[in-house]
Ligand binder design. Structure first.
Ligand SMILES: Nc1nc2c(ncn2[C@@H]2O[C@H](COP(=O)(O)OP(=O)(O)OP(=O)(O)O)[C@@H](O)[C@H]2O)c(=O)[nH]1
Length: 189
């Protein structure tokens, strides 16, 4: 049974088709690489993660790849704590799509910022690189997001993605905000 201090977190993984979302999630959950390509409809995986001494019960939603016409729905927003936006370093188009999907989520959630990680997947494909790390990191900075490059194939930075996402969620959680000074509070007596 989960300890009462366990924090439940729902993380949604978004990005274009075939950028490596399922491979990233399966490498994280099951510790192996899937060479074959099977388009995803939608899968939710669960994993217990201990990060900085805190136990998290994570539900990770691996979505069907999106394009500019995909319609996001409440499943992508309600009860979601954080997002992982994935592009392939070998596809400029998939990086441009991350920007489009990010804006759609922001619109849908009605917020200015969301806890998220921007992930440059397939970093083993250096010779086919179309997205420079500096550009992607700069984009992430403008969105107050974390950024990392990964390879599910070579198991590089896979766990780091979800640690970064939990860290971003914690940064924006009300618990942390309660520790910050409250600006311009009005007290009625
Ligand atoms: N070289 C390399 N190939 C990868 C990597 N990750 C995934 N792939 C390959 O890319 C293809 C697509 O991977 P998926 O994980 O199915 O991609 P997806 O984003 O889940 O695709 P959709 O379900 O269509 O959204 C597969 O053939 C994978 O083997 C990686 O890190 N390096």
């Amino acid at each position: 049974m989960a300890a009462s201090s366990t924090r439940k977190r729902k993380i949604v993984v978004l990005g274009s088709r075939s950028v490596g979302k399922s491979s990233l999630v399966i490498q994280f959950i099951e510790n192996h690489f899937v060479e074959a390509y099977h388009p995803t409809i939608e899968n939710t995986f669960s994993k217990a993660v201990v990060y900085k001494g805190v136990e998290y019960d994570c539900d990770i939603v691996d979505t069907a790849g999106q394009d500019e016409y995909s319609i996001l729905n409440s499943k992508h927003a309600i009860g979601v704590h954080g997002y992982v936006f994935v592009y392939s370093i070998a596809s400029r188009r998939s990086f441009d799509m991350v920007k489009i999907i990010y804006d759609k989520i922001i619109d849908f959630c009605g917020k200015n910022e969301i806890p998220c990680v921007i992930v440059g997947a397939k970093c083993d494909l250096q010779s086919s690189r179309q997205v420079q790390p500096e550009e992607a990191e700069e984009f992430a900075k403008t969105k107050q997001a974390a950024w990392v490059e990964t390879s599910a194939k070579n198991n590089i930075n896979v766990g780091r993605v979800f640690e970064l996402c939990l860290a971003e969620i914690e940064k924006s959680s009300p618990h942390n905000q309660a520790n910050q000074p409250q600006p311009n509070r009005c007290i009625t007596m």
